[in-house]
Design a protein around this ligand. Structure first.
Ligand code: BGO
Length: 418
C-alpha cells in the first residue's frame, strides 16, 4: 500500500515522515523539477506501507510547482490513502487544504499534529466533532514526541482498505446548486475525482479548462446563472475560497474551545521586546557583534589586553589557527618528502608553495566560516532571524530591498568571500 503525506509547510510533515520511515527514507527529485521527493517504508503494520512525502502546500491550485506536483500525484498515481497533517495551532488555515483534499476520491485521515502545544496553550479541540463534520477520521498526534503515531497508522490502514467517495463543502454553501450541476455534468465523464474537477471548473482553473475543453460552454452557462455576493465582483475563485472559509469558521467555532483566558504568551512577550523600536535595534547590533566577535575576534572581549596576558582568541580564530597549523605541517612534510625523493625545485614549488600553501590559505578559513554559519543557523532556527528581518525592513526599503537582504549584506564583509 502507498500512503501520501499532505499538509501545509511547517505543519510537522518532515517530523512525521522521519518518525514513520526512520532509516528507510530516501530522497530524490520529482520528475522535471528540483523539488525533493522523499519516500520511505513504515514497517509496523501487517504489511509494509510506502510513505510518500508530498511537498508542503497551502492549496491544490496550479500556482506553484509544489502544488502541481501534489495534485498530479494524487490524481495520476492514486495513493491508497492521504494522511493530511493539520497543524492544530493554526487549525483554520490548515483546514483550507483539508477541504480540498476531501474533494478527491481517495480515503483521507486527518492527523491533528502539535496537539501537545495546543493542550499546553489551554485549547481543547473536539476531534470527534471535527471527524463527524469532515466525515473522515481525525487522529490527534504529536509527531515531535511520537505520541499516538501507531494509533494514526492503524486508523489509516483500516480506512485504506475501503473506497471513499469525494465530498465538497461547497455543496452545503450558497454555491451549492450551481456546483452540484457542474458535478453532475462530470459524473458521466469517465474521469476520476469528478468532484475535484467540478470545483476546479467552477474556479476557472486554467489546467482544468485545457483538459476538459468540451465542458467549457456548459460550465460558463451554469456560472452565468449563479448569483455571487457583489463584493466578490464575479470572481468565482474568491467565491469558492470564501465558501471554504465560511465552513471552516463555523466548524472551528464549535470544535475549538479556549479553556484559558486570552493573553499574551511568553513568545508574544519576548517578541514585543525584541521587535520594539527602543530595544530591537540595539539588541540586534549586540547579537551581530557577538556572532562576529566569537567568529573573528583575535582577543575575546579584549581580556588579554585588560589583564596584560597573551590574547585569548575567539573559537573561530582558534580553529582557523589550528587549520593553518595543519596546512603548515602538511607543507613542511610534503616539502621534506619531495626533497628526500630528489624532486626538482619547480615541482616542490608547485606542490608546496602553489597547491598546499595557496589552496590551504583559502581552506584554513573554512572552520571559521562554518562557525559563522553555526551561529546563523542557531539564530535562524530560534526564529530570531525573521524578527531581525522585520526590524531591518524599514531601513532596507529605503534602498529598494527587503529586510531579509541585511544578512547577505553582512555576509559580504571580509573573510566570508573564501
Ligand atoms: C523546528 N509538537 C511540537 N511541539 N512541535 C512539532 C511537532 C509536534 O507535534 N511536530 C513538528 N514540530 P517540520 P514541515 C524548530 O524545527 O517537520 C515542530 O515543514 C526548531 N528547529 O520540530 O519541519 C518541528 O516539514 C527550533 O520545529 O515541518 C519543527 O511540515 C525552534 O514544528 C516545526 C523551534 O516541523 C516544523 C522549532 C531547530
Amino acid at each position: 500500500m502507498r500512503f501520501a503525506l499532505a499538509g501545509n509547510p511547517n505543519c510537522g510533515k518532515t517530523t512525521l515522515f522521519n518518525t514513520l520511515t526512520g532509516s528507510t527514507a530516501h530522497v530524490g527529485n520529482w520528475p522535471g523539477v528540483t523539488v525533493d521527493r522523499k519516500e520511505g517504508i513504515y514497517k509496523k503494520l501487517s504489511e509494509p506501507i510506502t510513505i510518500i512525502d508530498l511537498p508542503g502546500i497551502y492549496s491544490l491550485s496550479p500556482y506553484s510547482p509544489e502544488e502541481v506536483i501534489a495534485r498530479n500525484h494524487i490524481i495520476d498515481e492514486h495513493p491508497d490513502l492521504i494522511v493530511n497533517i493539520v497543524d492544530a495551532t493554526n487549525i483554520e488555515r490548515n483546514l483550507y487544504l483539508t477541504t480540498q483534499l476531501l474533494e478527491m476520491d481517495c480515503p483521507v485521515v486527518v492527523a491533528l499534529n502539535m496537539i501537545d502545544v495546543v493542550n499546553r496553550e489551554g485549547v481543547h479541540i473536539y476531534t470527534e466533532l471535527l471527524a463527524q463534520k469532515l466525515d473522515v477520521p481525525v487522529v490527534p498526534i504529536s509527531a515531535l514526541r511520537s505520541d499516538n503515531i501507531k494509533g494514526l497508522m492503524d486508523k489509516a490502514y483500516e480506512c485504506a482498505k475501503n473506497k471513499r467517495a469525494a465530498k465538497s463543502v461547497l455543496s452545503q454553501s450558497s454555491l451549492g446548486e450551481g456546483f452540484d450541476k457542474i458535478a453532475a455534468l462530470l459524473a458521466g465523464n469517465d474521469k476520476r475525482h469528478p468532484v475535484f474537477h467540478a470545483v476546479k471548473l467552477l474556479e476557472g482553473d486554467p489546467l482544468e479548462r485545457d483538459e476538459l475543453p468540451n465542458t467549457t460552454a456548459l460550465v460558463e452557462g451554469i456560472k452565468a446563472s449563479m448569483t455571487l455576493d457583489p463584493a466578490l465582483q464575479g470572481d468565482f475563485e474568491a467565491a469558492v475560497a470564501d465558501a471554504r472559509y465560511r465552513f471552516i469558521t463555523a466548524l472551528c467555532a464549535e470544535a475549538v474551545i479556549k479553556t484559558k483566558p486570552d493573553g499574551p504568551t511568553t513568545s508574544d512577550k519576548i517578541d514585543k521586546v525584541l521587535t520594539s523600536r527602543a530595544f530591537g535595534i540595539p539588541f540586534f547590533v549586540a547579537v551581530m557583534f557577538l556572532v562576529f566577535h566569537f567568529t573573528f575576534g583575535e582577543d575575546i572581549f579584549a581580556l588579554g589586553a585588560i589583564f596584560g596576558i597573551a590574547p585569548i582568541p575567539a573559537p573561530g580564530v582558534w580553529l582557523q589557527g589550528l587549520a593553518g597549523g595543519l596546512m603548515d605541517w602538511l607543507g613542511a612534510t610534503a616539502g621534506a618528502f619531495l626533497t628526500s625523493a630528489g624532486a626538482m625545485e619547480w615541482v616542490k614549488g608547485l606542490v608546496v608553495d602553489g597547491l598546499i600553501a595557496g589552496v590551504g590559505s583559502v581552506l584554513s578559513f573554512v572552520p571559521q566560516i562554518m562557525m559563522l554559519f553555526l551561529f546563523l543557523t542557531l539564530l535562524e532556527d530560534s526564529g530570531y532571524m525573521s524578527r531581525a528581518a522585520f526590524l531591518m525592513d524599514r531601513l532596507m526599503r529605503r534602498f529598494g530591498l527587503s529586510g531579509k537582504a541585511f544578512l547577505p549584506l553582512l555576509m559580504g564583509f571580509g573573510c566570508s568571500v573564501p
